[in-house]
Design a protein around this ligand. Structure first.
Ligand SMILES: C[S@@+](CC[C@H](N)C(=O)[O-])C[C@H]1O[C@@H](n2cnc3c(N)ncnc32)[C@H](O)[C@@H]1O
Length: 205
Protein backbone atom coordinates (compact mmCIF):
# COMPACT_ATOMS: atom_id res chain seq x y z
CA UNK A 1 0.00 0.00 0.00
CA UNK A 2 1.39 3.39 -1.01
CA UNK A 3 2.06 6.04 1.66
CA UNK A 4 1.35 8.98 -0.65
CA UNK A 5 -0.83 11.87 0.48
CA UNK A 6 -4.47 11.79 -0.67
CA UNK A 7 -5.18 15.48 -1.27
CA UNK A 8 -8.81 14.73 -2.14
CA UNK A 9 -9.69 12.54 0.88
CA UNK A 10 -11.95 15.12 2.52
CA UNK A 11 -13.82 16.13 -0.64
CA UNK A 12 -14.11 13.03 -2.85
CA UNK A 13 -17.55 12.11 -1.45
CA UNK A 14 -18.99 15.58 -2.26
CA UNK A 15 -16.91 16.29 -5.37
CA UNK A 16 -19.80 15.81 -7.79
CA UNK A 17 -22.25 17.91 -5.74
CA UNK A 18 -20.83 21.02 -7.41
CA UNK A 19 -23.01 21.49 -10.51
CA UNK A 20 -20.63 23.98 -12.11
CA UNK A 21 -17.78 21.50 -11.82
CA UNK A 22 -19.91 18.83 -13.50
CA UNK A 23 -20.94 21.24 -16.29
CA UNK A 24 -17.31 22.17 -16.89
CA UNK A 25 -16.29 18.54 -17.36
CA UNK A 26 -19.31 17.95 -19.65
CA UNK A 27 -18.09 20.84 -21.81
CA UNK A 28 -14.64 19.24 -21.91
CA UNK A 29 -16.14 15.87 -22.87
CA UNK A 30 -18.23 17.48 -25.63
CA UNK A 31 -15.07 19.11 -26.99
CA UNK A 32 -13.11 15.85 -26.92
CA UNK A 33 -15.93 13.96 -28.66
CA UNK A 34 -16.21 16.68 -31.31
CA UNK A 35 -12.48 16.89 -32.04
CA UNK A 36 -11.43 13.23 -31.77
CA UNK A 37 -13.21 10.35 -33.39
CA UNK A 38 -14.04 7.54 -30.96
CA UNK A 39 -15.02 4.01 -31.92
CA UNK A 40 -16.19 0.92 -30.07
CA UNK A 41 -12.83 -0.81 -30.54
CA UNK A 42 -10.77 1.87 -28.78
CA UNK A 43 -8.89 1.62 -25.47
CA UNK A 44 -8.64 4.98 -23.67
CA UNK A 45 -6.45 6.11 -20.78
CA UNK A 46 -8.05 8.79 -18.59
CA UNK A 47 -5.22 10.36 -16.62
CA UNK A 48 -6.24 11.84 -13.25
CA UNK A 49 -9.71 10.38 -13.66
CA UNK A 50 -10.89 11.34 -10.16
CA UNK A 51 -14.51 10.36 -9.56
CA UNK A 52 -14.91 9.60 -13.27
CA UNK A 53 -16.76 12.72 -14.45
CA UNK A 54 -14.92 12.65 -17.80
CA UNK A 55 -14.56 8.85 -17.90
CA UNK A 56 -18.31 8.30 -17.81
CA UNK A 57 -18.98 10.82 -20.62
CA UNK A 58 -16.54 9.12 -23.01
CA UNK A 59 -17.39 5.53 -21.98
CA UNK A 60 -20.45 4.99 -24.25
CA UNK A 61 -18.30 5.63 -27.35
CA UNK A 62 -15.34 3.29 -26.69
CA UNK A 63 -14.50 -0.33 -25.86
CA UNK A 64 -12.47 0.13 -22.70
CA UNK A 65 -11.12 2.81 -20.39
CA UNK A 66 -8.21 2.54 -17.99
CA UNK A 67 -8.75 5.22 -15.36
CA UNK A 68 -5.54 6.23 -13.58
CA UNK A 69 -5.57 8.25 -10.38
CA UNK A 70 -3.37 8.26 -7.30
CA UNK A 71 -6.18 9.21 -4.90
CA UNK A 72 -7.73 6.28 -3.02
CA UNK A 73 -10.81 8.32 -2.13
CA UNK A 74 -11.49 9.59 -5.68
CA UNK A 75 -10.95 6.07 -7.08
CA UNK A 76 -13.45 4.68 -4.57
CA UNK A 77 -16.19 7.01 -5.87
CA UNK A 78 -15.50 5.83 -9.43
CA UNK A 79 -15.30 2.16 -8.42
CA UNK A 80 -18.71 2.51 -6.75
CA UNK A 81 -20.15 3.43 -10.18
CA UNK A 82 -18.86 0.44 -12.12
CA UNK A 83 -22.08 -1.62 -12.11
CA UNK A 84 -23.62 -1.18 -15.54
CA UNK A 85 -20.79 1.08 -16.71
CA UNK A 86 -21.12 1.61 -20.49
CA UNK A 87 -17.66 0.19 -21.36
CA UNK A 88 -15.00 -2.05 -19.86
CA UNK A 89 -13.39 -0.14 -17.00
CA UNK A 90 -10.20 -0.66 -15.03
CA UNK A 91 -9.42 1.76 -12.21
CA UNK A 92 -5.70 1.90 -11.40
CA UNK A 93 -4.38 3.60 -8.29
CA UNK A 94 -1.15 4.90 -9.66
CA UNK A 95 1.07 7.98 -9.75
CA UNK A 96 2.78 7.64 -13.11
CA UNK A 97 5.24 10.39 -12.20
CA UNK A 98 6.67 8.21 -9.42
CA UNK A 99 5.73 4.57 -9.97
CA UNK A 100 6.58 2.05 -12.67
CA UNK A 101 3.57 1.84 -14.96
CA UNK A 102 4.46 0.63 -18.45
CA UNK A 103 3.45 -3.00 -17.89
CA UNK A 104 0.05 -1.82 -16.57
CA UNK A 105 -0.71 0.52 -19.44
CA UNK A 106 -0.59 -1.27 -22.78
CA UNK A 107 -2.19 -0.78 -26.16
CA UNK A 108 -3.57 2.74 -25.60
CA UNK A 109 -5.38 4.38 -28.54
CA UNK A 110 -6.15 7.70 -26.90
CA UNK A 111 -5.25 9.60 -23.72
CA UNK A 112 -7.70 12.03 -22.19
CA UNK A 113 -7.34 14.18 -19.11
CA UNK A 114 -9.41 16.83 -17.39
CA UNK A 115 -8.25 19.37 -14.78
CA UNK A 116 -5.23 17.30 -13.69
CA UNK A 117 -2.04 18.33 -15.48
CA UNK A 118 -1.57 21.43 -13.28
CA UNK A 119 -1.01 18.94 -10.44
CA UNK A 120 2.06 17.51 -12.21
CA UNK A 121 5.42 19.23 -11.76
CA UNK A 122 7.14 18.35 -15.04
CA UNK A 123 4.74 18.86 -17.95
CA UNK A 124 7.20 17.84 -20.66
CA UNK A 125 8.04 14.59 -18.89
CA UNK A 126 4.35 13.80 -18.58
CA UNK A 127 3.61 14.51 -22.25
CA UNK A 128 6.63 12.40 -23.22
CA UNK A 129 5.20 9.53 -21.15
CA UNK A 130 1.86 9.98 -22.93
CA UNK A 131 3.63 9.92 -26.31
CA UNK A 132 5.53 6.75 -25.45
CA UNK A 133 2.42 4.98 -24.15
CA UNK A 134 0.28 5.66 -27.22
CA UNK A 135 -0.13 3.35 -30.19
CA UNK A 136 0.95 4.81 -33.56
CA UNK A 137 -1.54 7.52 -34.60
CA UNK A 138 -2.96 7.51 -31.07
CA UNK A 139 -4.68 10.70 -29.99
CA UNK A 140 -4.67 13.10 -27.05
CA UNK A 141 -7.46 15.25 -25.64
CA UNK A 142 -6.05 17.18 -22.69
CA UNK A 143 -8.01 19.88 -20.88
CA UNK A 144 -6.86 22.09 -18.04
CA UNK A 145 -6.81 25.59 -16.64
CA UNK A 146 -5.47 28.47 -18.70
CA UNK A 147 -3.04 30.78 -16.92
CA UNK A 148 -4.65 32.14 -13.74
CA UNK A 149 -3.52 34.33 -10.85
CA UNK A 150 -3.33 31.54 -8.28
CA UNK A 151 -6.82 32.18 -6.89
CA UNK A 152 -8.46 29.09 -8.43
CA UNK A 153 -7.52 26.75 -5.57
CA UNK A 154 -8.49 27.82 -2.07
CA UNK A 155 -6.90 24.76 -0.46
CA UNK A 156 -3.82 22.63 -0.97
CA UNK A 157 -4.56 19.92 -3.51
CA UNK A 158 -0.95 19.54 -4.69
CA UNK A 159 -0.83 22.30 -7.29
CA UNK A 160 2.35 22.91 -9.34
CA UNK A 161 1.03 25.31 -12.00
CA UNK A 162 -1.36 28.27 -11.91
CA UNK A 163 -2.75 27.04 -15.22
CA UNK A 164 -0.89 27.11 -18.52
CA UNK A 165 -0.26 29.55 -21.33
CA UNK A 166 -1.98 27.90 -24.29
CA UNK A 167 0.82 28.52 -26.78
CA UNK A 168 3.51 27.28 -24.38
CA UNK A 169 1.50 24.15 -23.64
CA UNK A 170 1.01 23.43 -27.33
CA UNK A 171 4.72 23.94 -27.94
CA UNK A 172 5.63 21.38 -25.28
CA UNK A 173 3.39 18.84 -27.03
CA UNK A 174 4.98 19.75 -30.38
CA UNK A 175 8.51 19.34 -28.93
CA UNK A 176 7.62 15.88 -27.65
CA UNK A 177 6.55 14.91 -31.18
CA UNK A 178 2.77 15.24 -31.28
CA UNK A 179 1.28 16.46 -34.57
CA UNK A 180 -2.04 17.82 -35.88
CA UNK A 181 -2.14 19.93 -32.72
CA UNK A 182 -5.00 22.29 -31.95
CA UNK A 183 -5.63 24.22 -28.76
CA UNK A 184 -8.75 26.22 -27.97
CA UNK A 185 -10.72 27.55 -25.04
CA UNK A 186 -13.39 24.93 -24.50
CA UNK A 187 -15.09 25.90 -21.24
CA UNK A 188 -15.06 28.26 -18.30
CA UNK A 189 -14.86 26.99 -14.74
CA UNK A 190 -17.09 29.23 -12.61
CA UNK A 191 -16.30 29.81 -8.96
CA UNK A 192 -18.05 32.28 -6.64
CA UNK A 193 -14.90 34.41 -6.81
CA UNK A 194 -14.03 34.23 -10.49
CA UNK A 195 -14.28 32.73 -13.95
CA UNK A 196 -11.42 30.52 -15.13
CA UNK A 197 -11.06 29.61 -18.83
CA UNK A 198 -10.24 26.00 -19.66
CA UNK A 199 -8.32 24.88 -22.76
CA UNK A 200 -8.51 21.67 -24.73
CA UNK A 201 -5.42 20.45 -26.60
CA UNK A 202 -6.00 17.78 -29.21
CA UNK A 203 -3.42 16.03 -31.34
CA UNK A 204 -2.00 12.79 -32.65
CA UNK A 205 1.16 10.71 -32.30
C1 LIG B 1 -9.06 18.20 -10.05
S1 LIG B 1 -9.14 16.46 -10.04
C2 LIG B 1 -9.86 16.14 -11.66
C3 LIG B 1 -10.62 14.86 -11.69
C4 LIG B 1 -11.39 14.58 -12.99
N1 LIG B 1 -10.50 14.40 -14.11
C5 LIG B 1 -12.38 15.69 -13.25
O1 LIG B 1 -12.18 16.48 -14.19
O2 LIG B 1 -13.35 15.79 -12.49
C6 LIG B 1 -7.44 16.01 -10.28
C7 LIG B 1 -7.20 14.53 -10.08
O3 LIG B 1 -5.86 14.24 -10.48
C8 LIG B 1 -5.32 13.29 -9.59
N2 LIG B 1 -3.86 13.37 -9.63
C9 LIG B 1 -3.09 14.43 -9.29
N3 LIG B 1 -1.79 14.12 -9.45
C10 LIG B 1 -1.75 12.84 -9.94
C11 LIG B 1 -0.69 11.95 -10.29
N4 LIG B 1 0.59 12.32 -10.19
N5 LIG B 1 -1.00 10.70 -10.72
C12 LIG B 1 -2.30 10.31 -10.82
N6 LIG B 1 -3.35 11.11 -10.47
C13 LIG B 1 -3.07 12.35 -10.04
C14 LIG B 1 -5.91 13.67 -8.24
O4 LIG B 1 -5.86 12.61 -7.32
C15 LIG B 1 -7.33 14.08 -8.63
O5 LIG B 1 -8.23 13.00 -8.55
Amino acid sequence: MSKKKDYFAHKAHVYENNEKRVTNVQNIADGILKEISHTKDMHILDFGSGTGLLTQEIAPYVKAITAVDMSTSMNKVLRDKTDGFPCELEVLELDITKEEYTHKLQNIDSIISSMTIHHIQNTEDLLQKFYDLLNENGTIGLADLETEDGSFHKEDTGVFHFGFDKEEFLNIAKKVGFKDLKIETISVSSKPYGEYPIFLLTGRK
